[in-house]
Design a protein around this ligand. Sequence first.
Ligand code: SF4
Ligand code: SF4
Ligand code: SF4
Length: 371
Amino acid sequence: MSETVKILESCDDCGACVRTCAFLRHYCDTPRELAKRFKRNLLENIEIPYSCSLCGLCQRICHLDLHPGGMCLETREKIFQTQQRDALPNDFVYDYIIPRLKRFRNHQIFSTSPVFTLSKVGTDNKHTPKSVFFPGCSLPAYSPRLVLKAHAYLQKKIPGIGIVLNCCGKPSQDLGDKDRFQRIFEGTLKGFSRLGIEEVVVACINCHKIFREDSDIKVRTIYEIMTEMGLPESISGDGQEITIHDSCPARYRPEIRNAVRTLTSQMNFKTEEMKFKNEVTQCCGAGGCSPLGNTALADRHTKARIAQSKGLIISYCAHCRERFSIYGPSLHILDLIFGNSSMKHIEEYHDSWRNWLNRWYLKKRFQLMKM
Ligand code: SF4
Ligand code: SF4
Ligand code: SF4
């Protein structure tokens, strides 16, 4: 049964999800109102389904396990399904129905083009399982240096580990464009199969979610590996105060959340916690491509999240880090691990041009590297 129908039939208007979610508070008194609206006319107010961050907090809160965020994703998917059902030209939704989504479509086209992608497996990869590091697209865009350092660390711990630079396709999935997502992700999995890859190491918690939910391949985060095998070098945070932001896809992944906290504690940082953390964590404000829907609402959400922190905000998703850096000091946990915490870097916010250049540069570095 669809989430929309489930909400129409079962929601008792208790209001618990609305009280915890700024998006729901902004657009309705109860998710049933939205369900009626989406059922009546998918395109009545396109801003609404695209303003949800798809963070999943509402489902965690709901005593009936209903999922208003799932209803928003379903509504997005139905818009794309209409394009196929009515045999409309490819990209009709992007070109004529919701042009503001084009930015993400273009990101997906560039991101998966040969200009930025690369697959390379070490020649001495004799051990099983054969592993690759898949840093995703946000971390390479943020810092090629961190990706190179992380890969060098992994090579010492997992000899012969390769590298795959690509996008997992999550933005397409979030837009509701299931076809494009499947094309991208199946392409990645076929590439793995050709190279005999059996394990993927990720640094992005969103990529982790995609591999975990949409494939059978073994997936681990670099943070869990560092907890098991040790930090690369002796680093001391000298008791500096930091606050950890739990990314939404880690809501039900205590092993990842704990690994990150173990690492900050081993590095002697004073770790503070946000009011909403672990299973009830909140989005950074950029999830689900939601700034596309209602930019002002997403901005307020990011500022409210920052207000829960003390000191530097540390993220283990490069996209979250980038989002926070618009309004406050923010670093990626790999910045702490590989010693990159100068204030200059903290205040750095990249424009898109710089992000693409970073990705191109990283590909060239790996192309020239002997493995
Ligand atoms: S928490 Fe569940 S039952 Fe309560 S209003 Fe939200 S969706 Fe309805
Ligand atoms: S997924 Fe997140 S933003 Fe969307 S309705 Fe649920 S709690 Fe609100
Ligand atoms: S941007 Fe970060 S916090 Fe926001 S939805 Fe994605 S992972 Fe979650």
